[in-house]
Every structure is written in structure tokens, then in C-alpha cells.
Design a protein around this ligand. Structure first.
Ligand SMILES: Nc1ncnc2c1ncn2[C@@H]1O[C@H](COP(=O)(O)OP(=O)(O)OP(=O)(O)O)[C@@H](O)[C@H]1O
Ligand SMILES: [Mg+2]
Length: 229
């Protein structure tokens, strides 16, 4: 990936919902450029549009108008298969509720995304062990989510995000279900990954977390305000 190229560019992105005759702009003409290697925090009150923005950046959702350009390609012009390929190759998602498969072990959870990369089972297992070790869970690979603590579950989710060697990690309230000490461990882990070159986008309403980012952008009623560059 070329250093001068913007990883992600949002141009005049608007997301409109229509509910019972009411029109709601969850995002209102948002412009944002995120450079390779950035650590950006997106903050704002509940309902301001943070998750909507994260889902659009991650290609999980599409804007009503405007463009999302990632490494020079407009996501709107990618067919579903290519869009899935974009997600599976570039983006590691981390969610507040971990989103792990309850009946699968930590190792099975982290190696699952590699199935979509057509990686063979031996290589998947090796990569899975490697990323679980990287998040400090080498001794928990056979544990299922219910046998792990909240912080450990989130580390499994981060290992799963890392398995695909993403260029971007997109984390929507990754510490929302953790106490502050456990939350800070997760942020440190994510920050270390950013220092290794992965672009990091963290959605958080916790200002003590946001302040650790190189950049803070705030959303209010769907409109973006840059708090600190
Ligand atoms: N599918 C939908 N249909 C209608 N309105 C929606 C839909 N999804 C989100 N919204 C509305 O869009 C606005 C932004 O929602 P969003 O989930 O992005 O907020 P948020 O900033 O992530 O909030 P929180 O901090 O509570 O997670 C909200 O007012 C919400 O009601
Ligand atoms: Mg949200």
C-alpha cells in the first residue's frame, strides 16, 4: 500500500433513514480522510451516528449519497462479492459485544475468517495459534467464549480481526462491556497494533480513550467536527 495514498476517504457522505413519514439524517454530509497508519477516535453522544459511520467505512452499510473511496476504489462501484473481498482482506472488525461464535473454541473463532481466504486447514490453525499468542491467549486456544473473561473474549475478537492481516482495524465501542482496567488493556493492545502500522479507528464515547488517539473526530447529529488533528 502506497504511503501517500489515503486509506479511506469519505466525500459528502449522507445516510438517510425514513421511518413512518419522518426523515432522519444519521449522517449529514460527512467529509473525512483517514491516512495509512492513523489512529483516529470517533466520539459523540448516543445516537449521533458513530456506528452508522463505522459500518459505512467498513463496507457493512452503504451511504444514501456521497462516496467512500478506499485505496482509490469507490466502494459503491464494487459488486457484493468484491465488497466482501474488501472486508475480508483489509478490515478487522471489533465490536462491543465481541460477536464470537458461542459453540466454537477461541482457535476456531479466530481461524474462521481465513476460510473465506481459501486457506488450508493446517495453515489456518497455525495462523490462529499465532494471533492468539500475539494477544496473550496462547494458553486458552481450546476455551470456548463462556469459559473466558470479558477481556479475554475481546482479545479473541482482536485476534480474529488480526488473523486476516488487516490494514485497518475498525473497533466500535471495543471497551463498552469491560471495566476500565480491562478496557485500558484492550486499548493498549490495539494501540500497539497501530504502532506496527495498522490503521486504527476506534469508536468510543469515553474521552479518556479518545485522548490516546492521534486524532479525535466528533459527530453531533450526524455532522462531523474535528476536535483535534
Ligand atoms: N436501521 C435504522 N433505521 C432507522 N434509523 C436508524 C437505523 N439505524 C440507525 N438509525 C438512527 O440513526 C441514528 C444514529 O445511530 P447510530 O447507531 O449510528 O448511533 P451511535 O452514535 O452509534 O449511538 P450509540 O453511542 O448509542 O451506539 C440514531 O438516531 C438511530 O436511531
Ligand atoms: Mg453505536
Amino acid at each position: 500500500m502506497a504511503d501517500v495514498e489515503a486509506v479511506i476517504q469519505l466525500k459528502n457522505v449522507t445516510k438517510t433513514y425514513h421511518l413512518g413519514g419522518e426523515t432522519l439524517n444519521a449522517l449529514d454530509n460527512v467529509n473525512l480522510t483517514i491516512q495509512p497508519g492513523d489512529f483516529v477516535a470517533i466520539t459523540g453522544p448516543s445516537g449521533s451516528g458513530k456506528s452508522t459511520l463505522a459500518n459505512i467505512i467498513g463496507g457493512l452499510d452503504k451511504p444514501t449519497s456521497g462516496n467512500v473511496i478506499v485505496d482509490g476504489s469507490d466502494l459503491a462501484e464494487l459488486h457484493d462479492a468484491k465488497l466482501s473481498a474488501y472486508r475480508n482482506k483489509h478490515i478487522g472488525f471489533v465490536f462491543q459485544s465481541f460477536n464470537l461464535q458461542a459453540t466454537n473454541t477461541a482457535l476456531e473463532n479466530v481461524s474462521l475468517p481465513l476460510v473465506f481466504q481459501r486457506m488450508g486447514s493446517k495453515a489456518r490453525k497455525a495462523r490462529g495459534v499465532e494471533v492468539l499468542q500475539a494477544v496473550g491467549l496462547g494458553d486458552r486456544i481450546k476455551f470456548k467464549p463462556t469459559q473466558l473473561s470479558g477481556g479475554q473474549r475481546q482479545r479473541v475478537a482482536i485476534a480474529r480481526a488480526l488473523a486476516i492481516k488487516p490494514s485497518i482495524i475498525l473497533a466500535d465501542e471495543p471497551t463498552g462491556n469491560l471495566d476500565s482496567a480491562r478496557g485500558q488493556e484492550i486499548i493498549k493492545l490495539l494501540h500497539d497494533l497501530n504502532k506496527q502500522g495498522i490503521t486504527l479507528i476506534i469508536i468510543t464515547h469515553d474521552l479518556s480513550i479518545a485522548r490516546q488517539a492521534g486524532r479525535i473526530v466528533e459527530i453531533r447529529d450526524g455532522k462531523l467536527v474535528e476536535r483535534r488533528a
